[in-house]
Design a protein around this ligand. Sequence first.
Ligand code: PHE
Length: 456
Amino acid sequence: MATTTAEREQWGSQLGFVLAAAGSAIGLGNIWRFPYLAGEGGGGAFVLIYLLCVGLIGMPYLYAELSLGRNSQRNPVGAIKSVTGSGSLWVLVGGFCVLAGFIILSYYSVVAGWAVGYAVKDVIAPSMGFEAFAASPWMVIGLLGVFLLLTFLVVAGGVEEGIERWAKILLPILFVLILLIIFRAVTLEGAMEGLAFYLVPDFDAITFDLVIAALGQAFFTLSLGMGAMITYGSYLPKQEDIALSGTYVVLFNTVIALMAGLMIFPAIFATGADPATGPALVFVVLPEVFAQMPLGGLVSVLFFLLLSIAALTSSISLLEVVVSYFVDEKQWSRQKAVWLIGAAVFLMAIPSALSQGAAGTFSDMSYLFGDGGLFGQNNFLGILDYLIGSAGLAVGAFFLSVFISWVWGADRAADEMEMGGSILSPGLLTAWTFMMRYVIPVVVFGIVMGYAFGIL
Ligand code: PHE
């Protein structure tokens, strides 16, 4: 047995937990990925389906990950072992979670490093376009290093003194920054057209692909499918109400995603840019948009600062999954785990950092996957994001939901939720166990198949 529960670190308060978990959820997913998916997916139609996926699938499944974490007081591997013992094949699902945390952190930090770079771009590379910027090896590796170092320092501080404390400082700043930018965006001439595109759904735009993309985004944005919420739940005191805290996390995360759209689409339409630009949307289109608007220089700095902060509170949770595994299962000290794993993450991130034009070997991997790439992706970062960050999370969520509902037992999870008192009435809890057993695994299996057939 690893450290006993008595010694295990815990969140200092419910607010602290909610902010830390909301910090994990709110990230590049909300401010970089959600707007470009919505832009490609026809605006309001995508937003509507996304909201349904978050509320009907993401939120109930989030309660399940939190319950397993709190019940076992362990990292994802330890949590599964606490149910099955160590010889079971299910332990591999926990192993997948830890590996996914490691891999997602590696490429996530590259994009986060760009955000840091863009926040200080006037100082480090004033006239460089995005393509040249992303292809400058030393610049991107340096920025990646800076971003990772911040992540390591916070996680090295521990659960309450590091993660919780910084979430309490950073999230309010993020909120104020986003409000400032929205105010600037919606007061631009022509902003209303952007708001209409974003808020009024066009029902003809709803396709099967759009539903898969929206559900995948719901998992990514709530940090589900790879045990981050198992890990954060493992530090929850027994008296906390899981459903209540989880609901706050979903609400905060949704509000921030919606606000991200409110700041981005009015600005895009006001300047006549194309909302369907894809992943480059915030790095290529927004700087052009900012350049055309009064006070744009300041708005640009604030926007990329905001993006860096959002990414930081998420990268912390990715690292914590891996760190908690080595602390619980291998009895490493937190310091040893942070710095050793940190060094490995940095090395693993280098091919992703070089994959946007700096090194042909990683930018164009058609020598391995042919001209069409792997599911349309042919650079290292894109391939990892597709395999682990999109399809992988769906596969992880499928196995974890089956594990929680059928191996551990949905009623045990419900008992765990009732422990601290629950805002869910007994009837709702029964409905929740039904959803967990029969609805969620089936729907998630549907997305897994969607990915498997490369429909996206
Ligand atoms: N939820 C984070 C975001 O939206 C990404 C993330 C995924 C973090 C999985 C942790 C685990 O950016």
